[in-house]
Structures are given as C-alpha cells and as structure tokens.
Design a protein around this ligand. Structure first.
Ligand code: ZN
Ligand code: ZN
Length: 137
C-alpha cells in the first residue's frame, strides 16, 4: 500500500500496486501543465483509490487531467478507461523509485537532462504506437 495526498491534504490517494518506477514526458501539453517535464507513476485503475474534491479537466479527446479542487495540486493523467499516470510527488515513498523511461525527448527543455541509461523515446517513435494530440509540438 502506498499512500499520498495533495498540498492541502483534502485529496487522499491509496495505491495497492504501481509500476515500480516513474516515467517522464516532455510533450507540449505536459510542459504547459507542469511547468516542465511531467513525471508519472503508472498504476492500474483497479488499484487506485482517490477521495476528496477531485476535479477533472478534459485535456484531449482521449484523456483527462485531474487536480485538487481546493489547492490545485496536479493528481493524474488518465487515458479513457486506462491506467492512472499519477504525479509521483504526491507519495513520499516514491522518492526512491527509479526513472524507467522518457518520451518526447526531442521536445525537452534544454534544462531537463535526466541522468541514467533508461530508454529515451523521441516524439515520432512514441506517436507511431500511441494516442497523441495533433500539433502538440
Ligand atoms: Zn488539495
Ligand atoms: Zn505528455
């Protein structure tokens, strides 16, 4: 069990399983939403419990982005009927998790250079196999 919460603690999160590491996305939408790269901790929908004033913004035709309606802390990105991509910073225990991969690496801010030997996937390669937003560059 991994527990977490937003800044104001009105939203409480509980995970009974997760990916065991975080991913980073440098796409234009993630940069705008988070101020830079967005980090995500993936967890199956059935293993995520969220309580509190969760607000959802429909950020594209296939996905939503959730945040606390009281303090604005970002909570997750989720494709329709898909897994949750949660903000790792919500969970104190996520501090020790490794970086598993980066996507949209060719769109990254110059100041965002992550260490390690993880896979680095450029936009065209990622978009060949996944839903994406037209013109997101
Ligand atoms: Zn909050
Ligand atoms: Zn993204």
């Amino acid at each position: 069990m991994m527990t977490g919460h937003c800044l104001c603690k009105a939203v409480d999160l509980r995970l009974t399983s997760h990916a065991g590491g975080v991913s980073a996305c440098h796409c234009a939408m993630c940069r705008r939403w988070s101020g830079g790269a967005t980090l995500c901790l993936e967890a199956p929908a059935a293993d995520v419990t969220a309580t509190g004033p969760v607000q959802v913004y429909r950020s594209s035709h296939f996905a939503e982005r959730a945040f606390c309606g009281r303090c604005g802390t970002h909570l997750w990105i989720r494709d329709d009927d898909g897994d949750y991509d949660l903000m790792p910073g919500l969970f104190d225990a996520a501090a020790e998790l490794p970086l598993l991969r980066e996507i949209y690496t060719d769109r990254a801010f110059a100041c965002m250079a992550f260490r390690g030997d993880h896979p680095r996937v450029p936009a065209a390669e990622h978009e060949a196999g996944h839903n994406h937003v037209e013109g997101s560059a």
